[in-house]
Design a protein around this ligand. Structure first.
Ligand SMILES: Nc1ncnc2c1ncn2[C@@H]1O[C@H](COP(=O)(O)OP(=O)(O)O)[C@@H](O)[C@H]1O
Ligand SMILES: [Mg+2]
Length: 259
């Protein structure tokens, strides 16, 4: 398998980006893939907490670019998965401390040591996100099924389309399987749907407890996450979602200006 760099981004915050990145990283690590997760949320890191690595971070990418450590020093090895490493960009850094060319060179260097790299992008379309636009192979936009979050996805996708030839993928999170059709939403946005993750109290509670989400006991969530992971690895898996046009029609009205 070719090593790929994935950026996971969103227009709106709080939609489940970091949750998705942390869970996918564990799924890949469990499949013995050499996995690197990068928390690119400058000044607001949280993947260390979600992965239970908050006490293990001695150096960040910001220290490396300032000559205070080697890049190896900044890679934090997961306690349970030796093939899973975390790189945080910088708790004390600011967006202007990094530039796109420098980040691209660093990622290119790291790429040969890993099977997959997942980058948790800063929310929105600011400089932190723009710095990542030139360095990834694939991008996933995460959204909840509400119109505000979906409109921000549409805006983010148009920024991507204007800078890159490839389109992003869409993951819709916190879906109510009885009332939404993720596939229809993706069609309305003209973005390829990679998967839809159900709303799950069990997953939320498991994240809060610090236990791995893969052990949350919610089979619908685990199945949805495994479908996304296998599609990212280039394998086909069936998407199971019920059809319902109500939200689709609402979104169509909003995007076509007929609300
Ligand atoms: N499918 C889901 N079901 C229930 N809660 C979720 C789900 N996905 C994420 N959450 C919760 O939503 C909150 C925000 O998630 P987070 O990953 O931090 O979002 P982001 O990184 O996009 O800001 C967290 O409390 C997380 O546990
Ligand atoms: Mg986050």
């Amino acid at each position: 398998m070719d090593s790929k760099v994935w950026v996971i981004a969103s227009g709106k915050g709080g939609v489940g980006k970091s949750t998705l990145v942390s869970v996918l990283s564990v799924i890949f690590a469990e499949k013995t893939m050499k996995t690197l997760v990068i928390d690119a949320d400058i000044g607001l890191r949280n993947l260390d907490l979600l992965l239970g690595l908050q006490d293990k971070i001695l150096y960040e990418l910001y220290d490396f670019v300032n000559g205070r450590c080697t890049i190896e020093d900044a890679l934090v090895v997961h306690s349970d998965y030796p093939n899973l490493k975390l790189l945080t960009v910088g708790q004390e850094a600011r967006e202007d401390d990094f530039n796109a060319e420098e980040l691209k060179m660093i990622i290119e260097t790291l790429k040969s040591d890993f099977d997959i790299i997942l980058i948790d992008s800063p929310t929105g379309i600011g400089k932190g996100f723009q710095n990542l636009l030139d360095l990834y192979d694939e991008c996933i936009l995460v959204s909840t099924p509400d119109v505000v979050s979906l409109r921000d996805v549409e805006k983010t996708a148009s920024v991507i389309n204007s800078k890159r030839r490839t389109s992003p993928y869409l993951v819709i999170n916190r879906v109510d399987l009885t009332s939404e059709s993720a596939e229809k939403i993706a069609q309305a946005l003209d973005i390829c749907l990679l998967g839809a993750i159900p709303e799950s109290r069990k997953m939320h509670d498991t994240m809060l407890s610090g236990a791995p989400v893969t052990k949350c006991g919610d089979s619908a969530v685990i199945e949805a996450l495994n479908i996304i992971a296998s599609r990212m690895r280039g394998k086909e898996a069936p998407a199971k979602l019920e059809e319902n046009n109500s939200l689709f029609n609402k979104i169509m009205r909003i995007f076509k200006g007929g609300a």
